[in-house]
Design a protein around this ligand. Structure first.
Ligand code: NDP
Ligand code: HSE
Length: 436
């Protein structure tokens, strides 16, 4: 059978990994795919570097439009990133009847619905394994491996950069800016690293997983997004004293009322496997009604780990390219006419446990005032830590862990607690998940 011809848009970190792994493992991949997969054309703004990387083995152009309109190209791999030019090129590739592989979670989480609709009309595939958790085959697991299950919840460490920052800060005592720079040098961070540290990248990925897990359209605009920039070293320390680790988690949960979709720093019991995922590694915990909990672990970023997922998509498409479009795996796991309108819940309605830290006067009655406010709002306390004031100080920290309650109750409690004369400054609120 004649080789399947691929056009690669962007030969940066992931693009070069894809080129190299495909070349290195060509024989093995051909044996798996049933025909050879050939990168026939590469587009990159830096043509010189692209020529060096591809060593004269394919055509290199500066204008990506030449790739997406080339009638000889069967599959376009979009590895440029962002949702400007990347979106135009993906839409143009689809309009020209090309199958598309992309690692671009930002693009899919924000414009996925439009892209999948266009692809369906054209009868082409859009594959995106690399868009979530790099080299971990989590999309395939959710879409195919767990297809028998009603997925109940997903919780994942799905941003390598922030996990790397939290681990290095804790283990080596390095400061935030130094570790972020290292993450950028290692190729983990997004072009705009605020996407990583402010939780946006993780929210893109959580949005994609929620869509596939619960059969709902992509709704990134409804996700709650909180990053790690406001996290204090003292909270990491106090959490450890109470037997917890803090991780930036992407969480989605099916409830009677709708879907919770949120990204925020989260306390997790230190004995959970996922609490011990360090560095740029990713891990996703999925709970299905039939299978129970399953855990997927591996490299969530980097050149070749991500290339591994890109090439898995290339092989899938190669195998299915001649299949009737009706009989392919649906883009979002559920048939497109069977998506559900289950709402994504506003943050006020989500239910979880909380860590509260407050700075208070070290005098009798303060704790009673605080606990009365919590009790009035039916918030029950799970554990408490009161620090001894430092030598000569009259103020100290109190840390309270609560049982599960609605976010709106905690917000109301915090508002009242902050008004107490003996409480100084803002109360720090972190969410806590037992993940049991
Ligand atoms: P890079 O910035 O390393 O690579 C992007 C490449 O695209 C660069 O070579 C850039 O050229 C080129 N490019 C930019 N604009 C154009 C254009 N108009 N036409 C052709 N080429 C263009 O990014 P990554 O490889 O890190 O990321 C690519 C995608 O993969 C992103 O969507 C990212 O979110 C995703 N991803 C990345 C992971 C990682 O670990 N890095 C992991 C998982 C997903 P130039 O440098 O000259 O501007
Ligand atoms: N910037 C992303 C991360 C790359 O750090 O996880 C992988 O998607």
């Amino acid at each position: 059978m004649k080789p399947i011809k691929v056009g690669l848009l962007g030969i940066g970190t992931v693009g070069s990994g894809t080129f190299n792994v495909l070349k290195r493992n060509q024989l093995e991949i051909t044996r798996r795919a049933g025909r050879s997969i050939e990168i026939a054309m590469v587009a990159d703004l830096n043509v010189e570097r692209a020529r060096e990387l591809t060593n004269g083995e394919c055509e290199v152009v500066n204008d990506a439009n030449l790739v997406v309109t080339n009638p000889d190209i069967d599959i376009v791999i979009e590895l440029i990133g962002g949702y400007g030019i990347a979106k135009d090129l993906v839409m143009k590739a689809i309009a020209n009847g090309k199958h598309v592989v992309t690692a671009n979670k930002a693009l899919l989480a924000t414009h996925g619905n439009e892209i999948f609709k266009a692809a369906e009309q054209k009868g082409v595939m859009v594959a995106f394994e690399a868009a979530v958790a790099g080299g971990i085959p989590i999309i395939k697991a959710l879409r195919e491996g767990l297809t028998a299950n009603r997925i109940q919840w997903i919780a994942g460490i799905i941003n390598g950069t922030t996990n790397f920052i939290l681990s290095e800060m804790r283990d080596k005592g390095l400061d935030f800016a130094t570790v972020l720079k290292q993450a950028q040098e290692l190729g983990y961070a997004e072009a705009d690293p605020t996407f990583d540290i402010e939780g946006v990248d993780a929210a893109h990925k959580a949005t994609i997983m929620a869509s596939i897990a619960y059969g709902i359209p992509m709704q990134f605009d409804k996700a709650h997004v909180e990053g790690i920039t406001k996290l204090q070293a003292s909270d990491i320390r106090y959490a450890e004293e109470l037997g917890y680790r803090i991780k930036l988690l992407g969480i989605s949960k099916r409830t009677e009322a709708g879907i919770e979709l949120r990204v925020h720093p989260t306390l997790i019991p230190e004995k959970r496997l996922i609490a011990n995922v360090e560095g740029a590694m990713n891990a996703v915990l999925v709970h299905g009604d039939a299978v129970g909990a399953t855990l997927y672990y591996g490299k969530g970023a980097g050149s070749e780990p991500t290339a591994s997922a890109v090439i898995a998509d290339l092989v899938d498409i190669t195998r299915l390219a001649t299949a009737d479009p009706e009989h392919r795996v649906p883009y979002l796991a559920f048939q497109s006419n069977s998506l559900s309108d289950l709402p994504v819940l506003p943050m006020a309605e989500i239910v979880t446990s909380y860590y509260l830290r407050m700075h208070v006067a070290d005098k009798p009655g303060v704790l009673a005032d605080v606990t009365r406010i919590l009790a009035d709002l039916t918030i029950s306390i799970d554990a408490m830590l009161q620090k001894e004031p430092a030598e000569g100080e009259t103020q100290t920290d109190i840390i309270i862990l609560t049982h599960q309650t609605k976010e709106k109750n905690i917000v109301a409690a915090i508002e009242k607690i902050e008004k107490l004369d003996s409480v100084f400054g803002a109360v720090t609120k972190l969410r806590l998940e037992e993940l049991s």
